[in-house]
Structure formats: C-alpha cells, structure tokens
Design a protein around this ligand. Structure first.
Ligand SMILES: [Zn+2]
Ligand SMILES: [Zn+2]
Length: 169
C-alpha cells in the first residue's frame, strides 16, 4: 500500500508521464490563468514535489504564461499537462490514468472563483447511456483516446490540419 506509482498522459497518447513515490499536494486552482490554461472553471493539479517525475513518451509543448511559470500541453491534441515553476512541477489531475486516486485537499486562487462552481454538484444529472435511444451514434463511437494505462507502442491520430511526415515525403 505504500508503493505509489501514478501514470497519465494526454488524450491522443503522444505525451505520457509517470510519478513514482508519494506525490505532493493535490489541489484545485481557481485563478484566472488556470481557468484559461485549462479552458475550465478551475484547474486540478497534483504536485510532484517529493516524488520522482518524468515524461515517459514524448514531451510537452510549452507556453510561458508568466515570468515565473510555464505550462505544458500536448502539441498534437492540446491536453493541458503541467504547471512548471522554479519550485517544482505539477501535473493535471484529470490527465492521470486514475484521477480519483489523488483527491484534492485544498483550493487556491479563490478570489477568482466562478461563483456557481459551489453548486455544480446539485445540477440535474444524466448518465451518457440515458440518451442512447436519441443518439444512436453513441453505439458506434470509435475512440482515438489513449487508454488509461501505459502502452508499449501507440500511434496518435494526428491533429486535424497538422502537417505529417507522410505529407512531406
Ligand atoms: Zn496528445
Ligand atoms: Zn492558478
């Protein structure tokens, strides 16, 4: 039970990471920069401080969001992957293969919190398959998302509009 190994990566599978050892704090950040960087109401982040962290497939593309912080994302599919500062690297909790394994214990940036976030849990709730009769396409979905575990080999589906090696040949 004391052995910690957490893996994760982007949606297309071009970038994968691994955290060995006990990760640092699991948090959500409501700050406006995290909202933008994640395209979401808040950012869930796992600090890798105190653990061994490494990119195991590919590497992120970076945006320097301030003089102190750069944010890593998949250059192919756009999944937000990391928040990197001089005091360490935090990874996107939703990019973990098992996001429920590291529940958040603290919130940051609450001065920018979107007020309705506190009420999301009270919204009407639907299971995807509740709509199966109205949405037959659900039955024939072919996913291009990387599975929630490491893979020996994997060929990500290229981004639409992206130049590929084959195109250059
Ligand atoms: Zn990707
Ligand atoms: Zn933030």
């Amino acid at each position: 039970m004391t052995h910690h190994l957490h893996t994760g990566g982007c949606q297309c599978g071009a970038v994968r990471f691994r955290i060995e050892g006990k990760p640092g704090q699991s948090s959500i950040c409501h700050c406006r920069m995290c909202q933008k960087a994640f395209g979401a109401y808040y950012a869930p982040l796992i600090s890798t401080r105190g653990a061994q962290f490494g990119w195991t497939r590919g590497e992120p593309t970076y945006f320097q969001s301030s003089n102190h912080v750069r944010r890593g994302f998949c250059g192919n599919c756009g999944t937000p992957l990391s928040y990197e500062a001089s005091d360490g690297i935090a990874v996107s909790a939703g990019a973990l293969d098992e996001p429920s394994a590291l529940p958040p214990s603290i919130q940051y940036g609450i001065e920018a919190k979107v007020p309705f976030v506190d009420h999301l849990g009270a919204l009407p709730a639907h299971h995807t398959m509740d709509d199966i009769a109205e949405a037959p396409f659900l039955a024939e979905i072919v996913s291009n998302q990387h599975p929630d575990h490491d893979t020996e080999t994997w060929k990500p589906v290229p981004a639409i509009g992206a130049a590929t090696k084959e195109d250059d040949a």
